[in-house]
Design a protein. Structure first.
Ligand code: FAD
Length: 506
């Protein structure tokens, strides 16, 4: 007779990077002391050490865990992020801003963007749609304040996220998780024992002789996918033909301009990030090894820093794509072990966050129902594919023809799901997305227009809204934005007042 299903007694997390400690923190918060959670990590192997820019939903993750924002920003040497400035992406010498928030304000039953597009195509606007983004207005003025809860105010139309030091972030979450009963074991996993009858993971063996058994294993071991791939062979979908960058050289430098946003500058064979923190600026050149050597990429990066480099440049290698199964038998891959779509829109920590929330929602008991894995894999696949399409758009929508990478990207075929969206936009000015998409309409507008893709016409209804004083409303919105930004403190002053971190060596 088989025994009745019972709640899990033991969960083992392999890996103590951001993925491992985010998982440990959230799971311990969710299950309390009902289940023993063990995290194994190897200091000798270390972590990837990057992953310092986020998107707004990270705030919900912190709120769910009861993490106080000012403590969090202070302890991670963090800063605020209102979006990403993209430099030289559509064409050389041109920039645009992908904001965390909407454009303008709604003043009619037709969305703001439809009216703006009609005006723009008729030649009645004198600047880009960026001029109607609160995020950009704040960002270019170097200002920061929290959004207003009063939805009638223009100050309610933006959102924000954080930049933080990846090492301090993992350490912060480690303290949180250990305080809630998570046991950390230092050691290197050298072997994985599978059950003969069904291939489930039974235990992992460490180099110090320990053997750790578990019912559910979470693979947070990074790119190599120690459990999900090396032990279980879940398989990998390679997306390099759409997302061709496969290397990043990273280096921190002395702090420069303390901008409340990330900057992404397109370069000959990829793009460079700039992430301002309180104690330093993070930099990296994400590139495609087919078009530039690692040494050349490092030299380009070092000649484009705000200040003195604080370490030697470090190269990271990756293959863009995702695991075929994120959850296989009694193992769930979270973090880089699940896949990596490159850091262009700071989506990796977000994918970790949603993987954890999904796992908690579908948490199995010890019967390990395969239906749960199926649902988890279906939802996660959809999430990856939606994000993938948005990232590909950045490479595809370019007029650049000045280097092999950009010529390749401009000519490459894209997934049908993305082509469908592009066709809607180009033909009718329409944005087609379902409400579960991570990147909502303003994000798509930002990249389409920012990278020079214009529709043939504005959506039809915009032409039928006779009598709406559009020009007057646009002018009012601009004035309201200017007044709101003028009254805000600088990003520096905001941090100094609320969450200044103690000085530490970078
Ligand atoms: P890792 O940090 O690699 O951690 C793996 C862990 O597993 C380590 O603790 C290691 O010691 C342990 N381990 C491995 N093998 C063993 C073993 N045999 N035994 C015991 N332990 C083992 N994400 C964002 O959201 N925003 C960004 O701006 C961003 N920028 C990025 C830039 C680059 C160039 C790259 C490559 C990634 C970036 N990411 C970004 C992704 C982000 O860094 C990762 O999603 C995040 O750090 C999680 O990594 P991880 O914990 O899965 O892996």
């Amino acid at each position: 007779m088989t025994s009745a299903p019972a709640p899990l007694n033991t969960i083992v997390i392999v890996g103590g990077g951001s993925a491992g400690w985010m998982t440990a923190a959230a799971l311990s918060h969710a299950v309390g002391n009902t289940c023993k959670i063990t995290l194994i990590e190897s200091e000798a192997i270390g972590t990837v050490g990057v992953g310092e820019a986020t998107i707004p939903p990270i705030r919900h993750f912190n709120q769910r865990l009861g993490i106080d924002e000012t403590t969090f920003v202070r302890e991670t040497q963090g800063s605020y992020k209102l979006g990403i400035e993209f430099v030289d992406w559509g064409k050389l010498g041109h920039s645009y801003f992908h904001p965390f928030g909407q454009y303008g304000a709604e003043f009619d039953q037709v969305p703001f963007y439809h009216h703006w597009m009609r005006e723009h195509l008729a030649g009645r606007t004198d600047g880009p749609i960026d001029d109607f983004s609160m995020c950009w207005a704040m960002a270019k003025a170097g200002k920061f304040a929290h959004p207003s809860p009063d939805r009638r105010l223009i100050q309610s139309t933006f959102d924000y996220a954080y930049h933080f030091d990846a090492g301090l972030y993992a350490a912060f979450l480690r303290r949180f998780a250990e305080a809630r009963g998570v046991t950390r074991i230092e050691g290197k996993v050298v072997d994985t024992a599978l059950r003969a009858e069904d291939g489930f993971i039974q235990a992992v063996a460490l180099d110090n002789g320990m053997r750790i058994e578990g019912e559910l294993f979470i693979d947070c071991s990074g790119f190599r996918g120690l459990l999900i791939e090396e032990a279980l062979g879940a398989g990998y979908d390679n997306w390099q033909h759409w997302l061709p960058c496969d290397r990043a050289v990273a280096v921190p430098c002395e702090r420069g301009d303390f901008t409340p946003y990330t900057r992404s500058t397109a370069r000959e064979a990829g793009w460079q990030w700039r992430i301002p923190l309180q104690h330093r600026t993070g930099n990296g050149y994400v590139h495609c090894s087919e078009f530039i050597s690692e040494d050349e990429a490092a030299a380009t990066l070092l000649s484009n820093l705000d200040g003195k480099a604080l370490a030697d440049p470090r190269t990271l290698r990756f293959v863009t794509g995702k695991r075929r199964k994120f959850w296989d038998r009694n193992c769930v891959a979270i973090g880089l072990s699940a896949g990596f779509m490159e850091p262009l829109e700071s989506t990796s920590l977000h994918l970790i966050q949603y993987a954890i929330l999904r796992l908690i929602a579908l948490l199995p008991d010890n019967s390990m129902s395969p239906l749960l894995a199926r649902e988890y894999n279906a939802q996660t696949t959809l999430e990856y594919e939606r994000i993938r399409d948005f990232l590909i758009l950045h490479y595809k929508a370019t007029e650049r023809q000045d280097s092999d990478l950009w010529r390749y990207c401009a000519a490459m075929p894209v997934p049908d799901s993305l082509q469908y969206k592009i066709d809607h936009f180009r033909t009718n000015g329409m944005l087609v997305a379902d409400e579960r998409e991570l990147f909502a309409n303003p994000s798509w507008i930002a990249v389409y227009l920012g990278q020079g893709m214009l529709p043939a016409r504005a959506p039809a209804l915009a032409h039928m809204r006779e009598g709406v004083p559009v020009a007057e409303r646009l002018a009012q919105i601009r004035t309201a934005m200017q007044e709101a930004v003028a009254a805000m403190p600088s990003h520096d002053a905001f941090i100094a007042r609320h969450c200044a971190a103690p000085p530490i060596a970078a």
